[in-house]
Design a protein around this ligand. Structure first.
Ligand code: UD1
Length: 460
């Protein structure tokens, strides 16, 4: 049976999605090169308050790691609440298929991944360069297959983003690792990886996830100290536990993993996307109105909700929904500083800054996680924002209005911040190179359209 997924861009790309039939009503995930259509732009006509419902998708940053966990077993891993149309999910499924994993989407929207046989232990540059998270295949490949060659991801728009912590920790587990011709070439010792005590000198989401997966199949106990505590890591740990892994301390800075000899298949629902949730909260804060965000959670968004409330946004949880409201009150300036979870998420910094551009007074935004994450500032200023950057801090002085312009961003969250600014700008805003948005926001055009924003995709 053929499945037509809702795609992010209306009908524009649906004809080019290439589904391959496989047994058991499973079809392969859409495999398109999003680049030609991804060069398109979004046209946003500002000035509309938001009203209605938005359903939040499964978290991109959890889904990608669950997909890599499929490498740890020869049995099927079934993932519900999958954000299957995301560009990053498609890129990773290409990489996993190259390695030998069958990746399919069932009629009911559940993704099914199975790594019966590892056909290749190489993650090639061409696929890794599209998405840094690809480096997360290193730990599971090494643990199950004993050997892995993964292209170094290189820097990216938001900083140098090294992977030294991943390498250091896998070496502590006995892996022999060399860097050759731009590749991380890793070999597990005879008999497999060995449990170790690893103290991360810096909190890293990716390194925690890579090592947690590697440790599930290692000999003995691994202790990860100064581990990251993000909800996506807790979600990943729960999926691994459902697969038979022995893990304690999820959500704390010390995670203990007892290695087991094999993992089995499991079924797991991806946790709701807190960054998507937070993005739409900032959108309502900026544009005003009342929106119900459905099928999400607020418990892991406290670091965003507190400053949003201080700024004058009303937030009420109702079961799995959250009601976000700003009617006649003006936004007030508030200071925020990004930090590893449970601090304010760096992935929400650009969106919060876009909201502050229209505040009364001023707000200071300090970025401590990545060294170069203010690329949205010059573009927001081109729209009339008043922002001054001093080192790791940006002082945002509120202005009374923004003006539509043609803008471009070089990363996912910066791009969405420009979309948010476009919602309130006078006239039309064109956000170029929407493949960045396509990587991480499911159906953003239809989701914003459903709450009254005027957003459309046009040829780039
Ligand atoms: C993940 C998220 C990303 C988010 C980030 C921080 C995914 C797919 N991506 O990225 O959206 O912005 O967490 O919340 O889940 N570092 C090192 N050496 C390393 C690894 C990291 O110095 O080996 C540094 C990084 O350069 C950065 C900091 O540690 O300054 C945090 O990075 P990390 O938490 O690893 O981010 P990612 O896992 O890459």
């Amino acid at each position: 049976m053929r499945i037509a997924p809702e795609n992010i861009w209306g009908n524009a790309v649906s004809h080019s999605l290439n589904y391959k039939e496989t047994p058991d009503n499973v079809v392969t995930l859409p495999q398109t090169d999003s680049r030609p259509s991804g060069m398109d732009k979004l046209k946003i006509t500002g000035g509309h308050r938001l009203k209605g419902d938005i359903r939040i998708s499964g978290a991109k940053n959890a889904a990608l790691k669950h997909m890599c966990a499929a490498l740890l077993t020869d049995q099927p891993l079934q993932l519900g609440n999958m954000p299957a149309t995301l560009g990053d999910v498609k890129t990773l499924s290409q990489l996993l298929e190259h390695i030998g994993v069958t990746v399919g989407l069932r009629e009911d929207g559940v993704a099914v991944l199975q790594a019966k046989n590892i056909m290749s232990h190489v993650a090639p540059y061409d696929l890794v360069r599209k998405m840094r998270a690809s480096v997360i295949v290193l730990g599971p490949l090494l643990a199950r297959h004993g050997v892995a060659e993964v292209s170094l991801p290189g820097g990216c728009a938001i900083g140098t983003r090294p992977v030294d912590l991943h390498i250091m920790a896998l070496k502590a587990m006995g892996a022999d690792i060399d860097i050759e011709a731009g590749y991380i070439k890793a070999k597990a010792p005879k008999g497999g990886l060995k449990g170790a005590e690893i103290i991360f000198p810096k909190v890293s989401v990716g390194a925690t996830e890579n090592l947690m997966m590697a440790a599930t199949l290692a000999k003995g106990e691994t202790v990860l100290k100064n581990a990251a505590r993000e909800p996506e890591i807790v979600d990943q740990g729960m999926a691994l536990i459902a697969m038979g892994a022995k893990i304690e301390g999820l959500g704390t800075p010390e995670i203990r993993i007892q290695g087991v000899s094999a993992l089995q298949g499991a079924t797991h629902d991806v946790v709701p996307d807190r960054i998507e949730t937070g993005t739409y909260m900032c959108a309502v804060g900026l544009a005003g109105g009342e929106v119900r965000l459905r099928h999400t959670r607020t418990d892991f968004l406290s670091a965003l909700i507190a400053p949003l409330q201080l700024a004058g946004v009303e937030i009420t949880s109702e079961g799995d929904d959250v009601l976000v409201r700003r009617q006649d009150s003006h936004l007030k300036g508030v200071d925020i500083m990004t930090e590893p979870y449970p601090g304010f998420a760096t992935d929400l910094q650009a969106q919060f800054m876009a909201m502050l551009t229209m505040c009364q007074g001023a707000g200071m935004v300090t970025e401590t996680v990545f060294e170069n994450r203010f690329m949205h500032v010059p573009e927001l200023c081109r729209m009339g924002a008043d922002i001054t950057v001093h080192g790791h801090s940006a002082l945002v002085r509120g202005v009374s209005h923004l003006k539509g312009a043609e803008v471009m961003a070089t990363d996912l969250r910066a791009s969405v911040a420009l979309v948010l600014a476009g919602l309130v700008a006078d006239g039309e805003t064109y956000v170029n190179r929407i493949y960045h948005l396509e990587r991480g926001y499911e159906n953003i055009v239809s989701k914003l359209g459903a709450v009254g924003a005027q957003v459309e995709r046009c040829a780039g």
